[in-house]
Design a protein around this ligand. Structure first.
Ligand code: PLP
Length: 413
């Protein structure tokens, strides 16, 4: 365990996976079985995830980026199309569109939540008279559901798909007209992407999935995950069938180009085992968030440090805990605060550098500073502090104490 000179207290990273003996047993079982990949553990994981989020179909894949790319492929998005997302996200939410040569358009966020601003999306769709926008990717940033109802309504009217990026938000839900809708298991998006990277709620090392209610999209997702190989509906029927009309058992065809985005049985078994603990871990994350909220309000009465706002009628999954800090008020810059926290053995991060400011997007989407002012304001104040179920209440108190000290220079030379 890392221990620093300033404190003998253990290091608290901003996020951390938790692997139990039961998880290890589940993986060892696969290691002893006949299949390390393309075996029954993948299907068992897909079924477990479908049950958890209430989805009709789940296609597991190698990571969340692959999940988003598969969604683009399943929709047939490509050159000449435009895909809309927000700049406050991991860059994969935008990159997935570029992999297909589609253009990316960034719509600004609500600075209080860092979620897509539906009013700005409405204006972007109105300006798109040629209907080039083929898909909208709202991101449930930090684990908080974006306004899927409005996004879906506007996208449907425009003839665009909705692919929600729930890589932060496994287990989150929202209530609409007294009905609870889980992310991945509702009709307000066409496909939902999940990531099971190690810092996520369910850690598979690397892993991802797409959930969809649409069986045709599910079929395409499954096909593009495995190179594009298909057996049904052969084009070269003279090769597919024997002279007596029976199908040749070895025969398969490539009609549309896919990728190897499969997930291994090892990762799937780990994921399924971890899924069983999801409810308990979400409960603890919500308790931690409530405690942080109280501590922050007590400590920073003037709102100079504040949690992100939580939208009404949502159940937040708290993958991340982000605070907005008015660094100018304290007369200290963010790098100094992060360094001081690190010296106190507390990890912090910044989620995210707005994607429209990445040089790649400046070059390929012609974006730049000032394009998404709310995202830029949010970014200037963003700081992610530790959030994972194993944090004790005393750890949370320590985090907020040290944050106050780092900002106010109390106890610092
Ligand atoms: C919002 C978001 N989308 C997509 C991804 C991509 O997931 P992965 O890392 O599993 O490829 C991530 C991963 O961090 C993410 O945070």
């Amino acid at each position: 365990m890392e221990v620093d000179t300033r404190t003998d207290k253990p290091f608290l990273p901003y996020g951390r996976q938790h692997v139990t003996d039961e998880d290890i047993r589940a993986v060892v079982e696969v290691l002893k079985s006949d299949y390390l990949t393309q075996g029954p553990a993948v299907e068992a994981f897909e079924e477990a995830l479908a049950r958890t989020v209430g989805a009709d179909n789940v296609v597991a894949c190698s990571n969340g980026t692959a999940a988003l790319h598969l969604a683009m492929l399943a929709m047939g998005v490509g050159e000449g199309d435009v895909v809309v997302t927000t700049p406050i996200t991991f860059m994969a939410s935008a990159n997935c569109a570029r992999y297909t040569a589609a253009a990316v358009q960034f719509v600004d966020v609500d600075p209080n939540t860092a979620l897509i601003d539906p009013d700005r999306l409405e204006r972007a769709l109105q300006r798109d008279r040629q209907k080039k926008i083929k898909a909208v990717i709202p991101v449930h940033f930090a684990g908080q559901p974006a306004d899927l109802i409005r996004v879906h309504e506007m996208a449907r009217e425009h003839g665009a798909y909705v692919v929600d990026d729930a890589c932060h938000a496994l287990g989150a839900s929202f209530t609409h007209r007294d009905q609870v809708y889980k992310l991945g298991g509702n009709r307000y998006s066409d496909m939902t992407a999940f990531s099971f990277h190690s810092v996520k709620h369910v850690a598979m090392g690397e892993g991802g999935a797409v959930a969809t209610a649409n069986p045709d999209l599910a079929e395409r997702l499954g096909r593009f995950r495995n190179h594009g190989i298909q057996q049904a509906y052969p084009v070269n029927s003279h090769m597919a069938y024997a002279s007596d009309g029976t199908p040749n058992p070895w025969y398969h065809e490539l009609q549309e180009l896919g990728f190897n985005y499969r997930v291994s049985d090892l990762a799937a078994a780990l994921g399924r085992s971890q899924l069983m603990r999801l409810e308990g871990s979400l409960k603890r994350r919500r308790e931690i968030a409530a405690l942080y909220g109280e501590l922050i309000r007590e400590r920073f009465e003037g709102g100079e440090v504040s949690p992100l706002a939580v939208r009404p009628n949502v159940s937040h999954a708290y993958h991340l805990y982000v605070v907005q800090v008015k660094f100018d008020y304290f007369g200290v810059d963010r790098a100094t605060v992060m360094r001081r926290l690190r010296e106190a053995n507390i990890g912090s991060q910044v989620h995210y550098i707005p994607v429209h400011l990445q040089p790649y997007y400046q070059k390929h989407s012609g974006t730049g500073p000032g394009d998404c002012p709310m995202a830029e304001q949010y970014y200037a104040r963003a700081l992610t502090i530790p959030m994972y179920p194993e944090l004790a209440d005393t750890d949370c108190e320590r985090v907020i104490d040290e944050l106050a000290r780092a900002l106010r220079r109390v106890g610092w030379k």
